[in-house]
Design a protein around this ligand. Structure first.
Ligand code: ZN
Length: 263
């Protein structure tokens, strides 16, 4: 009996020893792997502005001439209004900056595809923000109605740093992400905007225009709102009601203006 106890104790000791050796062996490849990672890769791991794998997958699932799906807070199906909860969550989230870099193929692809999306004849707009295509990043396209030939221009990390003292009611706010509805919103006649361009240059610019033919200042306010999870329905003047497309057409007729494009 005594011998049996000694044998059992010895056997247990050997088993414990073997299993602990096994653990160390199992960890060896991982330790080797960590030693093999070059330092610049470790830097990338902690780069808070690097595109995530999910962002890369969405951006790179089409080429530069492909549009991206424009997110909407609801859709109409067989006459019913269906809330798009997942799209809304993205549209209501705060976006983060990008690192301006004209050699970044992911960023360039995102910019190209956003442009294709905003000029698409099915839903032409005068501006678009990255959250509208599912990417919570500070990137916007704005049609510069204040410049010759109304060119579209892209802005990275835009921010409104000051507002004009003149507050206005803008009659024609509408959004690609809120189909079929328009409204009158509280806005400013001009804003001072800071932004980066793709080449890394940093700019500060005062943008004006809140009239029918040139409302560039409104487009900047609308698109930069998107980056902060704000939609035009949050800025309705005195909570005036939203107008359906038909009501809006009537409203434009009363004002003697054609129906403007969405943004
Ligand atoms: Zn919008």
């Amino acid at each position: 009996m005594k011998y049996l106890t000694v044998i059992l104790v010895l056997a247990s000791f050997i088993i414990v020893l073997l299993s602990s050796c096994k653990k160390d062996t199992a960890l060896e490849p991982l330790v080797e792997e960590l030693h093999r990672i070059p330092e610049n890769d470790i830097d990338q791991e902690i780069d808070s502005l690097a595109f995530t794998n999910a962002e890369k997958a969405l951006i790179m699932n089409g080429d530069s001439s492909d549009t991206m799906r424009v997110l909407t807070i609801y859709k109409i199906s067989n006459g019913d209004t269906i809330r798009c909860v997942e799209d809304s969550l993205i549209l209501r989230s705060q976006s983060i900056d990008v690192r301006p870099d004209s050699t970044d193929s992911i960023l360039v692809r995102l910019i190209d595809r956003m442009y294709k999306s905003v000029i698409h004849p099915n839903h032409p707009g005068v501006g678009i923000a990255a959250p509208q295509v599912g990417i919570n990043r500070n990137v916007i396209w704005v049609q510069r109605l204040d410049k010759l030939n109304d060119p579209f221009e892209v802005y990275l990390n835009p921010e409104i740093i000051s507002y004009s003292s003149k507050e206005i009611i803008y009659n024609y706010d509408g959004c690609l992400s809120i189909p079929g509805l328009s409204g009158r919103t509280d806005r400013y006649s001009a804003v001072c905007v800071e932004y980066d361009k793709l080449d890394g240059s940093h700019h500060t610019e005062v943008v004006e225009g809140y009239g029918y033919t040139n409302f560039t200042s409104i487009i900047f306010q609308h698109e930069i709102d998107h980056l902060n999870g704000i939609l035009f329905i949050d800025r309705l003047h005195d909570n005036t009601k939203l107008m359906s497309d038909k009501e809006f057409e009537e409203f434009c007729k009363i004002l003697g203006e054609p129906v403007p494009e969405k943004r």
